[in-house]
Write a protein of this length. Structure first.
Length: 481
């Protein structure tokens, strides 16, 4: 099977999974936000962001390292997986204890601490997840099955058990429990594919793995600063109601970025395999950039133009104050897509140190701007800080990427920007023309009509500008692995 066939088969599998998980995730988030209310939903969002940082110290870049190594030598999949899972389980116990001590030291009501502590069950699930094996071996269907099971199971349990603001602890437990159960099911699948997993303790090997993985971990940690620092700092600097508004906007931004992650995860093994040969690296990067920018332009344009109707449809009128913050976060997502295009390939091309420095510098800027802007501008200040820091880090990463392959894909980006601009203009014109009608209709009608108009305009512009070049995709499809 050619490299291109594998890439697009993986995209198809991941897209099917993400469509199901995105749909169920949207329903779950909307239900949770409505029944909990902005205050309790803010507590849940605050805890989710704190947990994301704790989980980073469990993973420690081990997944990215394992993907890179297994993609180059699949014979070591079983042994390396045993080392990674054993090491991550040990880290989960240590990090879990430290996290619990930190939560208990916070100046928060006991009800809030209880939610934050219950969320820690996610650490075990994250330690046991075997996605890295199936991503490296390009068996994305296994990952898709796990993700669908997790999301649908969580959705059903939330519907059954989360009925009001007093159920925030239950909502936290459902998320962590679903991840852990699905990780255990995936271990059973691994046994069929690769053999029985056994604990493997070898301190010398662990030291070698951690030495190679640590720069990747620092880079991912810096990325998490952009993804979660704003919510964490809002949790300390703003009322929980504002955290709830902002958490709703972040949920939508995360879904927008999820589309790019589908493409990135499908391409990453082939980008890793091309390392060392400039021609294949450039060819696969152009295809990667084309697909990322084509889908990203539409998603970001839709999120920006339709922000009020998206918030109203999913979360209700109580979350309308998050509209401007969501639009600013959509601009930040545009930079995130550029970062995924230019930065993530560096992690599998042994350029992780430069990536790490750029992301850490941007993360430090993000922290400073959040401290400065949140007290002055609230949730809009948090969103502006994220956008500014993302842009600064991506400029540095672009320089490293150009040094590596000699290209930045500016022509493709210009076409995507033109298509996105036309789609946004169409949506805004529709709002002006049909404002009296939309004011009398549910937010869902506005969202559906606006989405249809934007997709039609974007598709037409993509054809006119040649944003999606079929010849380039055919060339990729015929390339040998």
């Amino acid at each position: 099977m050619s490299a291109g066939h594998r890439i697009f088969r993986n995209i198809r599998a991941l897209a099917a999974a993400k469509t199901a998980t995105m749909a169920s995730g949207l329903v779950t988030a909307a239900w949770t936000a409505r029944v909990l209310g902005p205050d309790s939903f803010g507590v849940l969002g605050f805890g989710t962001s704190l947990m994301a940082y704790a989980a980073l110290f469990v993973n420690m870049g081990l997944s990215t390292y394992a993907i890179r190594e297994i993609a180059r030598d699949r014979e070591q999949a079983a042994e390396l997986s045993e080392h990674v899972l054993t090491l991550r389980t040990v880290l989960a116990v240590v990090v879990g204890a430290l996290y619990a001590a930190f939560i208990l030291s916070l100046d928060k009501p006991m009800e809030v601490k209880a939610v934050l502590l219950v969320q820690a069950v996610q650490l075990l699930g994250n330690a046991l997840v075997l996605d890295f094996v199936y991503q490296a071996t390009e068996k994305m269907g296994v990952i898709a099955t796990r993700e669908i099971g997790t999301s649908i199971g969580s959705m059903l349990l939330v519907f059954l058990l989360v009925r009001g603001p007093e159920d925030a602890i239950t909502a936290a437990a459902i998320t962590g429990g679903s991840i852990t159960v699905n990780a255990l099911v995936m271990i059973g699948r691994f046994r069929r594919d690769f053999g029985t997993l056994r604990p493997r303790v070898d301190l010398k090997v662990w030291r070698e793995i951690l030495t190679a993985a640590t720069p990747m971990a620092v880079g991912v940690f810096a990325w998490a600063i952009f993804t979660h620092l704003d919510v964490v700092m809002l949790g300390f600097l703003a009322p929980h109601t504002e955290v709830g508004w902002y958490s709703a906007a972040v949920k939508i931004q995360t879904l927008a970025n999820l589309v790019g992650n589908i493409v990135m995860n499908a391409f990453l093994p082939q980008l890793a395999a091309a390392y060392g040969e400039l021609g294949p690296m450039r060819d696969r990067m152009r295809a990667y950039a084309s697909v990322m920018l084509a889908v990203g332009g539409l998603v970001i344009a839709g999120g920006f133009a339709l922000a009020p109707s998206i918030l109203g449809t999913l979360f209700g009128d109580a979350y309308a104050p998050a509209t401007l913050a969501l639009r600013l976060l959509m601009l930040a997502s545009a930079v995130v897509y550029a970062n995924m295009i230019l930065g993530n390939p560096l992690l599998v091309w042994h350029r992780q140190t430069g990536y790490m420095i750029a992301m850490l510098s941007g993360g430090a800027l993000n922290a400073g701007l959040n401290i400065w802007w949140i007290p002055r501008y609230g949730i809009e200040g948090a969103a502006m800080a994220t956008f500014t820091a993302e842009l600064a880090a991506t400029v540095a990463i672009a320089w490293i990427h150009r040094q590596t392959v000699g290209e930045l894909y500016g022509g493709i980006a210009a076409k995507a920007l033109l298509c996105a601009g036309a789609a946004v203009a169409a949506a805004l014109a529709l709002d002006q023309f049909a404002a009296p009608l939309f004011d009398r209709m549910p937010a869902l009608v506005h969202f559906v009509v606006g989405s249809v108009a934007m997709v039609a305009v974007y598709a037409a512009m993509a054809v006119l500008t040649g944003l999606v070049q079929l010849k380039r995709l055919r060339r990729l499809t015929s390339a040998t692995a």
